[in-house]
Each structure stands twice: as C-alpha cells, then as structure tokens.
Design a protein around this ligand. Structure first.
Ligand SMILES: Cc1cc2nc3c(=O)[nH]c(=O)nc-3n(C[C@H](O)[C@H](O)[C@H](O)COP(=O)(O)O)c2cc1C
Length: 117
C-alpha cells in the first residue's frame, strides 16, 4: 500500500473508531502494518471482523488479546506512524518471533511511546 493510500485509510478509520469509541495506533513499515486497538469488547470484535473482510490484507495475525483497566492510546482514535527503519525492525521481529514476549513488549512500547512523546 502506498503512503498516500495509508493516509486515506487512517482518515476513514479515525472517523469510524471515534464513532465506536475505539482508540489505537497503526504502524506501517512500507509493507506490513501493526495495529493496537482498544475499546469495548464487542466493538473491537466488530471492527476486527470488518478488518478481516478487507481484501487489502493478505494475512492477519492477532498477536495478543487482553482486558485492560485503562487505555494505553486514549488520546488517539488511530495514531499513525509511517515507514522508518525502527518501525520496520520492530515489526519484522514480531513477525519472525511471534511467540516472543520481548518482541511483543517492544512493539507495544513503541506504539505507546509515540503517544506519550
Ligand atoms: C491495516 C488496516 C487497518 C485498518 N484499521 C481500521 C480501523 O482502525 N478502523 C476502521 O474503521 N477501519 C479500519 N480499516 C478498514 C477496515 O478494514 C474496513 O474497510 C472498514 O472498517 C469498513 O468496514 P466495513 O466494510 O465492514 O463497513 C483498516 C484497514 C486496514 C487495511
């Protein structure tokens, strides 16, 4: 997906997420996306089924599902960060080591860290 298409996707996603009170973050390394979504359980499930039907994806992996007391990306309907070497490295590591808790923690912390800059 081209970066201009990603911008349109984020704009449309923000509007829908806001309406559903979903917050989150989307990272793009030029090839793969990594996304964190948070909200009411049913709303997140509904959104995940929309995303699952989206033909722009070739493969979707759910890396983690969990209940949270407080949102970690409360300030964003969908924060977006485009291609960089850091983002590529962190996403690739989670792809290469899907069961690694360290890789997962680094990915999550990168997203939350962007939000708290
Ligand atoms: C990488 C990626 C991330 C997406 N994230 C969201 C999102 O956070 N919120 C959203 O409403 N749509 C998101 N979409 C778009 C959905 O897949 C879908 O096209 C849109 O929600 C409309 O769903 P519908 O066809 O069920 O109406 C994303 C699509 C892609 C490719």
């Amino acid at each position: 997906m081209a970066s201009s298409m990603a911008a349109t996707l984020v704009e449309q996603s923000c509007a829908r997420n806001k309406a559903m009170q979903i917050t989150g973050c989307l990272l793009f390394d030029g090839d793969c996306f990594a996304q964190l979504l948070e909200g009411r359980e049913n709303d997140v499930k509904l959104l995940m089924s929309s995303i699952g039907r989206d033909k722009r994806h070739t493969e979707i992996r759910v890396l983690e599902r969990r209940f949270l007391q407080t949102r970690r990306c409360a300030q964003w309907s969908l924060g977006y960060f485009g291609p960089s070497r850091l983002i590529h490295r962190v996403i690739q590591r989670t792809m290469d080591e899907p069961t690694s808790q360290v890789a997962m923690r680094d990915l999550t912390e990168l997203m939350i860290g962007f939000g708290n800059e």
